[in-house]
Design a protein around this ligand. Structure first.
Ligand code: PLP
Length: 402
């Protein structure tokens, strides 16, 4: 007998199961479109040159040590991250109403932020887009939220944003509900609201007294432009909203396993900040005590050094343009070989993922018949496409949908 004999097996996590199946597949032309990580034209992971360079500089700096960081993290990092998100000219920065909490990447920022909102502020209901990144629900429920709800987002018929459904669901939300919003490069649909639509969303959030929690996992990675990708967050702040925003440096810095993240908090009243900080300190202290240093010190160093910052912006342009180029090539091949249907959504979507419109049965067929690994929802990672496999993938899609 064991203490653990009553434990029942949990459901598998789809992406990890998919990656395992891909690794075990011996077919020579197999393609992995599940991974949420950047790949080069050669299909290889990419450590950004500016990261390598910074690591060397940091390794040789003998005044750096391995002492604990403060509970809320490295201040040079949280300040730089907050500034990168909100912009130097942000009213929240000028008025000192914004601060950051270092976190275990984007996931950790969501978790710390949601635990604070649930346990300290006492909020109970949260909304996420239908569909969303599959981890939002688990994070918020584990953090103590009582009720998970969805707002409509994707219109499968038009392969576009269902803005009317989205607004209607927000209008029907109870006061004090938290609304998780993707500021750019929506995962998994690759489909974002336009600035005008964001304005409508903001209006309803204000009217209904909802709390906006942005999840920024792709700033700079989506369009190659840090300012453009932060537009929605900056708009809300200019409009005087209090917000939370989780920030991940996994994608835009290629620091996936270093867990470099930040929770940016914008508040109305400067006087309330010390109280909030003290409570978040307790949340973090009881969860993991203090954050890791390596990734955050790299980000902090690059963001505060104009030459390296410039170099890094070149890297995010390289990554985003490769993805945009693969979108063009995939659509072009699909159209050239006469694949039935309209494929314009492939190029109008943005960011790491594309919702192809393939249904569950077709997506499974892609895996079984063609060894092209993708999620059941029809989501593909654009990063897994390369000039050498894109034609094969287009052929596979054509055979599948015909
Ligand atoms: N939020 C969204 C929408 C994401 O797509 C991801 C990563 O895939 C994350 C948050 C968090 O990732 P990480 O914890 O690796 O920063």
């Amino acid at each position: 007998s064991s203490w653990f004999s009553k434990v029942i097996e949990g459901p598998p996590i789809e992406v990890f199961a998919l990656n395992k199946a891909y690794a075990e597949d011996t077919f020579p032309n197999k393609v992995s479109l599940g991974v949420g990580a950047y790949r080069t034209d050669e299909g290889k992971p990419w450590v950004l040159p500016v990261v390598r360079e910074t690591e060397k500089i940091l390794a040789e700096n003998e005044s750096l040590n391995k002492e604990y960081l403060p509970v809320l993290g490295l201040e040079s990092f949280t300040k730089a991250a907050t500034k990168m998100l909100l912009g130097e000219e942000s009213p929240a920065i000028i008025e000192d109403r914004a601060f950051g909490v270092q976190s275990l990447s984007g996931t950790g920022a969501l978790r710390v932020g949601s635990e604070f909102l649930a346990k300290v502020v006492g909020l109970k209901v949260f909304y996420y887009s239908k569909p969303t990144w599959e981890n939002h629900r688990l994070i918020f429920l584990n953090a103590g939220f009582e009720e998970a709800r969805e707002y409509r987002y994707w219109d499968p018929k038009n392969r576009n944003l269902d803005i009317n459904g989205f607004l209607e669901d927000l209008r029907n939300a109870p006061e004090n509900a938290v609304i998780i919003l993707h500021p750019c490069a929506h995962n998994p649909t690759g489909c974002d609201p336009t600035p005008d639509q964001w304005k409508q969303i903001a209006e309803v959030i204000r009217e209904r007294r909802l709390f906006p929690f942005f999840d920024s996992a792709y700033q700079g990675f989506a369009s190659g432009d840090l300012v453009k990708d932060a537009w929605a967050v900056r708009y809300f702040v200019e409009q005087g909203f209090e917000i939370f925003c989780s920030q991940s440096f996994a994608k835009n810095f290629g620091l996936y396993n270093e867990r470099a993240g930040n929770l940016t908090i914008v508040m109305n009243d400067v006087m309330e900040i010390p109280k909030v900080k003290s409570q978040i300190t307790l949340v973090v202290r009881g969860m993991y005590s203090n954050p890791p240093n390596h990734g955050s010190s790299i980000v902090s160093y690059v963001l505060s050094n104009p030459k390296l910052f410039e170099q890094w912006q070149g890297h995010i342009r390289t990554m985003s343009s490769r993805i945009i180029e693969m979108r063009k090539q995939l659509r072009q091949h699909l159209e050239d070989i006469g694949t039935p249907g309209d494929w314009s959504h492939i190029t109008s979507q943005i960011g790491m993922f594309s919702y192809t419109g393939l249904n569950e049965c077709q997506s499974e067929h892609m895996i079984k018949q063609h060894h092209v690994y993708m999620l059941k929802s029809g989501r593909i990672s654009m990063c897994g496409l390369t000039p050498s496999n894109v034609e094969y993938v287009a052929q596979a899609i054509k055979e599948t949908v015909t």
